[in-house]
Each structure stands twice: as structure tokens, then as C-alpha cells.
Design a protein around this ligand. Structure first.
Ligand code: ZN
Length: 59
């Protein structure tokens, strides 16, 4: 009874929408920091709400 999520490739004119300001996200702002661990933060270029963070180990 388990349903798997499907990944469909988006069309050229399909863009994600910011959950905060409801504008199309055609770009994401990001900033990286760190040497051993790279912390990346992504935010909406329109309202500057934080959308995601990720940590990558450089090793
Ligand atoms: Zn936004």
C-alpha cells in the first residue's frame, strides 16, 4: 500500500513558487560558508524568506 513519489521533469515554463510571497522562483539566492563543512543557505530573491539550508562535508 506504499505509494512512491513520482519525479516528473518540469516543462520549460514551469517554476516553483515561493511559499511565502507566492512569486515564481526563477532563481534562488544562496550563500556558502565554511571550510571543512560547507553550510549553504537558500532564500527567495523576492521576499528574502529562508527556503532551505544544507550542510556538505568537504572531505
Ligand atoms: Zn518569497
Amino acid at each position: 500500500m506504499e505509494k512512491k513519489m513520482q519525479f516528473n521533469e518540469a516543462a520549460d515554463e514551469e517554476w516553483p513558487i515561493c511559499p511565502h510571497c507566492r512569486k515564481e522562483l526563477r532563481e534562488l539566492k544562496h550563500r556558502k560558508r565554511g571550510w571543512l563543512v560547507t553550510l549553504t543557505v537558500f532564500w527567495c530573491p523576492h521576499c528574502r524568506c529562508l527556503l532551505s539550508t544544507s550542510a556538505t562535508f568537504n572531505g
